[in-house]
Design a protein around this ligand. Structure first.
Ligand SMILES: N=c1c2ncn([C@@H]3O[C@H](COP(=O)(O)OP(=O)(O)OP(=O)(O)O)[C@@H](O)[C@H]3O)c2ncn1[C@@H]1O[C@H](COP(=O)(O)O)[C@@H](O)[C@H]1O
Length: 126
C-alpha cells in the first residue's frame, strides 16, 4: 500500500524559513503536494475505476493526453496575457495536472524530471 504523507498547517508556517532551514523531506504542504498528486495519478493508473478523470484520460490514450497538455499550455499563455491572476493560477494548475498525467502515460516519473533539473543546476554551479 502506498502511503501518502500530508503535512498539517503548522508545517505551512515554515514557509518563512530560509532555504537552508528547509530539508527536502520536510517541505511545506504546498511544495510536497505536486509529488503527492503524481502519486495519486499513479494510483489511478494502477487501480483504474469508473468516474475517475485520470482513468478517462488513460483510456483516451497518448494522443489525447498530449493534445490536452497543448491546449492547457495555450490557455495558460492566454491567461498570462489577458486574465486575472486567479485565472492564470487556475490555468497553470490545469497545465501542471495534465503534464503529470502525460509523464505517467510515458512512464517518466516526476523525480526523473527533477533529477534533470538538479543535474542542470549543478552544471550551472561549475
Ligand atoms: N487536479 C485535478 C484536476 N484538475 C483538473 N481536472 C479535470 O480536468 C478537466 C479539465 O478539463 P477542461 O477544463 O479542459 O474541461 P473539458 O473541456 O470538460 O475537458 P475535455 O472534455 O476536453 O477532456 C476537468 O474535468 C477537471 O475536473 C482534474 N481532475 C483531477 N485532479 C486531481 O486528480 C485526482 C484524481 O482524480 P480522479 O481520477 O478523477 O479520481 C483528484 O483527486 C485531483 O487531485
Amino acid at each position: 500500500m502506498t502511503q501518502i504523507m500530508l503535512f498539517n498547517s503548522k508545517d505551512d508556517q515554515n514557509i518563512e524559513n530560509t532555504d537552508k532551514e528547509r530539508s527536502p523531506d520536510h517541505l511545506p504542504f504546498n511544495q510536497n503536494f505536486i509529488f503527492q498528486l503524481a502519486e495519486i495519478i499513479n494510483l489511478r493508473y494502477n487501480n483504474p475505476h469508473e468516474g475517475s478523470y485520470v482513468n478517462d484520460l488513460r483510456k483516451s490514450g497518448l494522443n489525447k493526453i498530449a493534445q490536452k497538455v497543448g491546449e492547457e499550455a495555450v490557455e495558460t499563455v492566454i491567461a498570462a496575457l489577458n486574465d486575472t491572476e486567479q485565472e492564470f493560477i487556475g490555468e497553470t494548475a490545469d497545465l501542471i495536472f495534465h503534464l503529470l498525467v502525460l509523464l505517467r502515460e510515458k512512464n517518466v516519473s516526476l523525480q526523473m524530471v527533477t533529477d534533470k533539473l538538479l543535474q542542470r543546476h549543478h552544471e550551472y554551479q561549475k
